[in-house]
Design a protein around this ligand. Sequence first.
Ligand SMILES: Cc1cc2nc3c(=O)[nH]c(=O)nc-3n(C[C@H](O)[C@H](O)[C@H](O)COP(=O)(O)O)c2cc1C
Length: 254
Amino acid sequence: MRQATNRASALATTAVARATPGTCTLGAAELIRQRRSAQAFDGVSGIDTEAFYRLLDATLPRPGIPPWDAVTWEPRLHLLLFVHRVENLAPGLYLLLRRDGAEALMRASLSAEFAWERVNDAPAHLALYRMQEGDARAAARTLSCHQDIAADGAFSLAMLSEFERDLTQAPWCYRQLFWEAGMLGQTLYLEAEAAGLRGTGIGCFFDDPVHELIGIEGTALQSLYHFTIGGAHVDARLQTLPAYAHLTRTRASD
Ligand SMILES: Cc1cc2nc3c(=O)[nH]c(=O)nc-3n(C[C@H](O)[C@H](O)[C@H](O)COP(=O)(O)O)c2cc1C
């Protein structure tokens, strides 16, 4: 308990790099209202490097910026990225560390075969590593319950949580892992919309095969939630009506 409290105050006092400004002119309310989960992606659209880094940057916890202002603990989730079509980045597996000081644990817990090449083109405060180059679409699809959405977007990801580090001493931290995953999901949904793309949370995935693929043994790390982002197919059969439109129609026909 004491350990977790100390970490909370550490977050509040940590100097955090600034978010990179975006180009989206839509307001938060518009983005929130237009947000939908993509049902399918076009398999061709990619994301430009700047938008990709901005999106990753938005997942970093910052005091005073929603939803991260609701987080009182140090981040425990890191992003294992399946990069398919990101401008200037070779397809493959990448890792974004969201906590300073997490690298030693991650290196010790993940396959010794990973390259751990720092992506030097990324903003310096993004701890982004190229782990393995190659076409990651089939792996992403299979690991996310054979869902095409994990392979047909610009990239998809698994949220890897530091599982044992705090939970052995403070099991109640378990729920915080899922709160953090949910906040990451909501951030990704809205940032995808702001980038002119679309996201989908993926709750159906095979955790043990994910762990096998990246060499996790034991419970030091666990995959908790997946997500995918890309150019969505829009289902023209779906209609968008104003809230309570059915009541307006009923009144008009009275
Ligand atoms: C935690 C969570 C897990 C989800 N898992 C999947 C999934 O595995 N596959 C999928 O196609 N959609 C998945 N979705 C998307 C939901 O199907 C979608 O959010 C729901 O149908 C409501 O649609 P909306 O997001 O457009 O409001 C998930 C959404 C959430 C929040």
